[in-house]
Structures are given as C-alpha cells and as structure tokens.
Design a protein around this ligand. Structure first.
Ligand SMILES: C[S@@+](CC[C@H](N)C(=O)[O-])C[C@H]1O[C@@H](n2cnc3c(N)ncnc32)[C@H](O)[C@@H]1O
Length: 431
C-alpha cells in the first residue's frame, strides 16, 4: 500500500508566484529575463510562514539566483550550487554588492565611446562563437544571427574585454550583454528548445542597433539598480558561497548540520535540457567553446533529459515508481530500458542521493520547500511529487504536506492521453 500524505490545493495562493515573470520589473531580478524560475514572492511567502528565523539556507539548483538573492536581501546566508557556467555567472553578478555609481558610470562612458568607433573587421579580433549554425554559410538554410547582428555583439564583447578592467564590472557588463542576445538573434525560447522567430529572414538589425540595445539596458535598469546597490550595506554576502558545478559532487562544501532551510526547484522530469535553452548565451559569452565542453557540461547536469546516454539504470525501491514503469510497459511494448525509462530511473536515483545528503546537512527543526512537477511518458503520468515525498521519508524526513501549486500543460505527444500535469510544493520537515 502507498503511504498517503496531506494534500492541499494551494492554486489560489501559488498561481502567479511560481512564475519568474513577476520578477521582470523587480530590482536586480530584472537584469536577465529567466523563464524557468519562480518569483521572489515565493521566497517571501515562505519566510512569512516560517515559525523561526532561518540562519542558514541551501539552494542546490540555483538557476538565475532567485533564492540566494532574495535570502541575501533578507540577511539570510544561503549556500547555492549551479552547474551551468552561464547561470552561475548570472547568479554571482546578481549577488554582487561591490558596485558603485561612479565607477559604473565611468565604465559606461568608456564603453560607449569605444562603441562609437568600432573595428571594420571585428571578426579578426573577436572570434565567432563555435558551431555550424551561428552565421549564414554557403549551404545554410537557417542561421542564428544575421552578420550585422553578430558583429554588433562582437563589438560589445570586445569593448567589455578591452575597456572594463575590473572583474566585478566586467561580469556585470557581460550580463547586460547576455540580456540582449536573444533579442539580437533570429531565435526565441520555445519551451524546451530554441525556435526561429516569425519573419526572421527579413528582420535584420544593424551593428548600431545592437550597440543601442546594450547601451539602453545599461543606461536604464542597470543604472537605476546600481544607484540603489551603492547605498546598501548587506549584512550577508551569498556570492562567495554560490558554487559552480554539479551539486551531486560538490554538496560536501556545505558543513554538516548547519542548514535550517532548503528552498529549491530542481529540473523537472520533462526532458528539458537547460544547456540547449541557454545555448546562445553559453556560446556567445565563450563559456562553452567546443562540442566536447558541451558534452561534459551535459554529463554533469541532473539526469532529467536524454541528451547524454546513461546506460542501464535500475529503479530505486519505490512502489509508485515501479508501478508507473509497469503501466508504461503495459500501454506500449518495448518501453523497458529505453532512453526514457533509464532517464526516469536515473532522475529518482539522483533525488535519493540528494535527499540522503540533505539529511546530513540539515539540523533538527529544519524545513525543505521542494517545487516539482509531474511528468507523462507513454501515456502514463509519473507522480513525481509523491515519489519524491516517499524518497524524503526514506531518508529520515517527515513530509508535512504536498501543496498543489498549478496545473501545467503536457507535451503535445501526451496531451490527448493526459490532461494537465500537477506542479507542487512539497513541504518537508527534519525532526
Ligand atoms: C528550475 S532551474 C532553477 C530555477 C531557480 N529556482 C530560479 O528561480 O532561477 C534548475 C537549475 O538547475 C541547474 N542544474 C541542473 N543540474 C544541476 C546539477 N547537477 N547541479 C547544479 N545545478 C544543476 C540547471 O542548470 C538550472 O539552472
């Protein structure tokens, strides 16, 4: 028999706060529009309901840094981990508080001047991002950037590299550049992948247009926010404890029994590969420079997608998981040991490992807020929230409740078999 958990419908409370969209005009969070994050209200809501004042938090899947940034704003120390060099750069820049208006203004003026006199052949001094689809080649049917757009981006990258001689500001300006890359490209983020914008062939930005996109960002929201940051003196600094790398390998950086709060949203079991969605940023900012580096990065990500082969993975001892796999094999032949079933097994193996580590890091009385969503494969809904609740209990935690946050759309392949997929927040105590 399955263990049952208290289940509460919190769709009214969580409906809008689970989307990063709410952050798009919010101080610092607005520096880069991230799609897969939750809003700062989610964090504030948790802090509002906690019966104790947390002293040390952990965010294993930092993403754009919403958790450590917002906790820092509330004076709470937070260890965080992020495997993607782009997301890690974004988070540490947002956590940085060493900026001041005068230095920022000095660099903006110097970069503006540099961009008013750019080199005719920028590609001789700034290399193109790696890959076959970046610009139009002889046989190309589609390409990510028109020539003038990528040259404008290379101008900006060159100006940052040669003018901004302080690493904090160099990284800050790099994030301002990152925030216009999609706008400058022929692509848009379309759920799990990048797709071509309608009419991309004829919408061509000049080099000057690109410089202006970048300078407009610096002169508007970045200037406004740096002015506020200059006057602040935060009591904690979470940037030095925001670690780059695979949390499964690096979590030992967190001292045992120090954590009293974990807030996180791991990659969902939905085959979404974050390296794909943020590929242009990774390439243009030269954070990934070859297919080997890309493969290495993918190998270090949580096993929630099928971009790298995992080999045969056996299911962890969990009845709900075994039943889901059985249902899949009853619905469709040959589902056993496919890339998908291996990914499903590997995902929960990773979760089990993480919860066993959380149990070492937390001290008694600590709480975990774990935001996940269910998935569907071969016409079967995998109850990810309930399986993770079981895993947490098997690692010594007590599940207080599962809160339904939202209904998410299923993929087009599953939509005729499965209606909507539940997104939840699992509240877990360590007693
Ligand atoms: C759903 S996002 C987190 C969003 C975050 N809560 C926010 O508001 O920005 C999940 C993140 O986990 C990262 N990730 C995936 N595998 C990881 C791993 N093994 N270690 C650390 N981070 C990982 C992804 O790169 C992605 O940025």
């Amino acid at each position: 028999m399955y263990k049952d958990y208290k289940f509460i419908d919190c769709t009214e409370k969580y409906h809008s706060v689970m989307q990063f969209d709410k952050n798009k005009n919010v101080f610092v969070h607005r520096w880069y529009p991230f799609v897969e994050g939750y809003s700062k209200e989610f964090i504030e809501d948790i802090l509002g309901e906690l019966p104790f004042a947390p002293t040390c938090a952990l965010e294993p899947f930092c993403g754009s840094g919403t958790t450590p940034v917002e906790l820092q704003n509330h004076g709470i120390k937070c260890y965080s981990f992020e495997v993607s060099p782009f997301m890690h750069l974004l988070s540490t820049v947002k956590l940085g508080r060493k900026y001041n208006v005068d230095t920022f203004t000095y660099y903006v003026k110097a970069v503006t001047k540099k961009l008013s006199r750019t080199s005719r052949n920028i590609r001789k001094i700034e290399s193109l991002p790696f890959g076959d689809t970046i610009v139009k080649k002889e046989q190309s049917k589609k390409w990510n950037f028109h020539d003038t757009a990528i040259d404008g981006i290379l101008d900006v990258r060159h100006a940052i590299r040669t003018i901004v001689d302080n690493d904090d500001y160099k990284n800050l300006f790099t994030i301002a550049l990152a925030s216009i890359i999609i706008q400058a490209s022929n692509m848009f983020r379309n759920g799990k992948c990048l797709s071509y914008k309608k009419g991309w062939e004829t919408r061509i930005f000049s080099r000057k247009d690109i410089h202006n996109f970048f300078l407009d960002r610096l002169n508007s929201i970045f200037t406004e926010d740096i002015r506020i940051i200059s006057k602040q003196n935060p009591s904690v600094q979470n940037s030095e404890i925001c670690y780059l790398g695979d949390v499964r390998k690096n979590i030992q950086q967190v001292p045992d029994r120090e954590v009293d709060l974990i807030i996180t949203s791991p990659p969902y079991l939905n085959s979404r590969d974050y390296t794909d969605i943020y590929m242009l940023e990774l390439k243009v900012l030269q954070l990934i420079n070859s297919y080997e580096e890309l493969r290495e990065l993918r190998k270090n990500t949580l096993r929630s997608h099928v971009q790298v082969p995992y080999g045969k993975v056996f299911p962890i001892a969990n009845e709900r998981l075994k039943n889901s796999l059985l249902e899949m094999s009853n619905k469709e032949l040959n589902t056993w040991n496919t890339d998908i079933t291996n990914m499903i097994c590997a995902y929960f193996e990773d979760m089990q490992f993480l919860f066993s580590e959380f149990a070492k890091k937390m001290h008694k009385g600590g709480v975990i807020y774990f935001n996940v969503a269910n998935s569907a494969y071969y016409g079967v809904e995998v109850p990810v929230d309930y399986i993770i609740a079981d895993i947490a209990e098997s690692c010594g935690f007590k599940v207080r409740e599962i809160r339904k946050a939202r209904d998410l759309k299923t993929s087009p392949q599953q939509s005729d078999k499965i209606g909507k997929l539940r997104e939840s927040v699992i509240v877990i105590d360590y007693q």
